[in-house]
Design a protein around this ligand. Structure first.
Ligand code: SF4
Ligand code: SF4
Length: 493
């Protein structure tokens, strides 16, 4: 297997085939025997075993291998992006459907000042200014879920005047912080998961469970994204500071920085960095190379050889994981009382003139970063994706906003989208890491009226939006899009 290919689930697939017990195609439901000649859906017309195996091999290749990007921007150091004249901060977000704005139009705000409060059921999430300037009301832009969303607009005065809450803590002060103190700081500074979840870190940390192992998710398995690996190289001491803070809060003495086996240089960099710092409770943990290895259950399986049972969470096993950039943010909050006002972002893809890694101000418009990359390449229409090419969301225009959870902006030439009729090949089923039946979900969504009971029964809420079903689809169908819409239906009462 060439190094540039990542393998996912091929073994499981062949195991099924070798067992010869169950049809691997979409009609799982009928539970007919493998090679059954009386398949009610005529899905298995391949009586020739050799031909059949060949087809399976082709399907495995399509469904389980993701080519890594030969044109990755990882070799380029991250550069500070220009700080735009206007900054946009989401009022509501995917987790918090309600929010209050705590400033009036025309008010002066400082970097780090709390200017709003988002509300979810069960927790609040402050909105902190990421520059100083004048609050000038709300404006709609695209959020990373692809929806037009209200954003608070700050006219940047270019001074970056810090709010009085921003202050440095001494090492002694930090060493004396209790778990409750750390949780309060992370809440006040609105630190959230920077790997894409955007879930408040203080809520996650506020567990009553004993945590024996902390996993640092530095896997970054999605093609075109390399923001985390650059952050590790630039900010290693801060990352370690964040890890030690979480260990202190949880009274944990085992932390593992999880890096793909193929990233040998990065692993060596971290090992020598830890040696220099004399850290013995933090180690480097090589994990597998496939996508989605960064998905929490897959990470835990690889790092700890622990298979999570359905309905359980990592804390039930004494494990907690955070993205590596979240540890950087934790350290900035604890050491300087700073919010997440900037983040590493890879701007990449074939549709951009000069793919670049940026340290960008949170609240920057996508168009600004694209402009700093020399703009779009060529005359063809472009597709702009907020997030990585697998799990990101394409937006209609380039005015999506870089929020805390956006690690990548992917730009590609737009191709005419022609959805062919599903041939019931089962590739999407075989590629789904959470064992859903994306094709069945799609069919339930296509029924008129939508079969809500069927949709719920197929459990689309388990979907982690990895994009593998779309990637694997033989007929170019955006299967994940149907599953995402099914999630909305499944939430209806
Ligand atoms: S996007 Fe959802 S349904 Fe599709 S493969 Fe990933 S987890 Fe499964
Ligand atoms: S949706 Fe695509 S991958 Fe899934 S069964 Fe149909 S053709 Fe195959």
């Amino acid at each position: 297997m060439p190094e540039e290919y990542l393998v996912f689930k091929g073994g499981i697939y062949m195991e099924l085939v070798n067992k010869g017990t169950e049809c691997p195609f979409l009609c799982w439901s009928c539970r007919k025997k493998f090679f059954s000649f009386d398949c009610p859906h005529n899905s298995i017309p391949f009586f020739d075993t050799i031909l059949f195996e060949k087809l399976i091999q082709t399907m495995i290749k399509k469904a389980t291998q993701i080519k890594t990007d030969g044109k990755l921007v990882s070799a380029r150091p991250a550069v500070k992006a220009e700080i735009p004249g206007t900054i946009f901060l989401a009022k509501e977000n995917a987790g918090c459907p309600k929010a209050d704005v705590l400033v009036k139009e025309g008010d002066h705000v400082n970097l780090g000042q709390t200017i709003g409060m988002r509300h979810a059921s069960g927790y609040d999430e402050p909105i902190l200014a990421t520059c100083s300037g004048t609050y000038s009301g709300l404006e709609k832009h695209y959020y990373r879920n692809g929806k037009l969303t209200n954003f608070l607009k700050i006219e940047n005065d270019g001074l970056d005047t810090y709010d009085e809450s921003v202050r440095e803590r001494s090492d002694e002060d930090i060493a004396s912080l209790s778990k409750e103190d750390i949780i309060q700081i992370l809440k006040d500074r609105s630190v959230t998961g920077l790997g894409g979840s955007s879930f408040p870190t203080y809520v996650k940390l506020d567990t009553g469970k004993n945590i024996g192992t902390i996993l640092v998710n530095a896997v970054e398995c999605e093609p075109y994204v390399c923001a985390d690996s650059l952050l590790i190289r630039d900010e290693f001491d801060s990352v370690v500071g964040g890890i030690k803070t979480v260990m202190q809060a949880l009274d944990c003495h085992d932390a593992r920085i999880c890096i793909r086996k193929k990233d040998v240089d990065l692993m060596n960099f971290c090992i020598s960095g830890l040696n220099e710092l004399g850290e013995h409770d933090i180690v480097v943990c090589p994990v597998k190379n496939f996508y989605p290895q960064g998905w929490e259950p897959a990470l835990i399986k690889s790092a700890l050889n622990l298979e999570m049972e359905e309905g359980m969470v990592p804390e039930d096993y004494g494990v907690m994981s955070f993205n590596v950039s979240t540890f950087w943010a934790i350290w900035k909050a604890v050491k300087y009382n700073l919010p997440v006002y900037e983040r590493y972002v890879s701007v990449s893809g074939d549709g951009i003139n000069t793919p670049t890694n940026f340290i960008a101000r949170v609240g920057t418009q996508a168009s600004s970063l694209i402009g700093q990359c020399g703009g779009f390449k060529g005359d063809k229409d472009k597709i702009v994706v907020l997030g990585g090419p697998m799990s990101g969301t394409s937006i209609q225009k380039d005015d999506g906003i870089i929020t805390k959870g956006v690690a990548c902006l992917y730009v590609a030439d737009s191709v005419e989208y022609k959805e062919e009729t599903c041939i019931r090949c089962g590739s999407c089923v075989m590629s789904c890491p959470v064992h859903l039946q994306p094709v069945s979900i799609m069919n339930a969504m296509k029924s008129m009226p939508v079969d809500k009971d069927k949709v719920k029964q197929l459990e689309p809420l388990k979907c982690i939006e990895c994009g593998l079903c779309t990637y694997a689809c033989t007929c170019g169908i955006n299967v994940m899009d149907y599953v995402k819409r099914a999630k909305v239906v499944a939430k209806l009462k």
